[in-house]
Design a protein around this ligand. Sequence first.
Ligand code: HPA
Length: 265
Amino acid sequence: MEAARFLQQQCPIQPEVAIVLGSGLGGLVDQIDIQREIPYKEIPNFPVSTVQGHKGTLICGTLNHRPVLVMNGRFHFYEGLSMESVTFPIQVMNQMGIKKLILSNAAGGLNPSFEIADIMIITDHINFMGTNPLIGPNDDSLGPRFPDMSEAYSHRLIKLAKKVGEEHHIKLQHGVYIGVTGPSYETPHEYNMFHILGADAVGMSTVPETIVAHHLGMEVFALSVITDLGVLGQIEKASHEEVLNAAAKAGPNMVKLVSELVPQL
Ligand code: HPA
């Protein structure tokens, strides 16, 4: 509440949509009419991100005339932060009255029909992180003890995004995202196992934020940029640099999709 109050004092207009930018997807920032950019370290109780290529500022402004709050850089479990810290910003967004959340990430492709720099709409997830951000006492005023997860990713928003993709000739894949802790990338047989388990992409974020946002009753939409392929027989060495390069390649389409989608949400 303290962080939310601070941000409400900082932001001249009430944000309606929150957007979390993943690795290499910071290009969206150029499309925002920025009113305030606040380093995480200035926000009361906010964690501070440590990963290279991940920025650490919260931006309020308008995107295509819609008031937004953008997290330029997120927090990951592999940084050694608690699940509570990783998802703290989502709690703050909810306290600020934001009801719609767009998450983006870089992910390894598991589906053999995917190509590097494809954009995948996340239709569902598998929580393979071995923990859950809702473990601990539940505040029943915020959400139920045992939240339903049958539609974690809003079907309404997925439909809208597909329509926007068609209108703007943006190639969109869709599929299931499996969330792992990282920070090591997968061995070839781990990639293969995740595909057998029913996942189309694997990554180290998004799942905790989605669980917390959904618990709070927020409407969630999420996108992965496929930055490397974990398909047996065609696996090359994965590196953070390669991930950032592929994310940058998909950047313009990602930016187009999100900025056209936001006013319609
Ligand atoms: N595995 C896990 N996380 C990732 C990957 C991957 O191959 N690529 C980008 N983030």
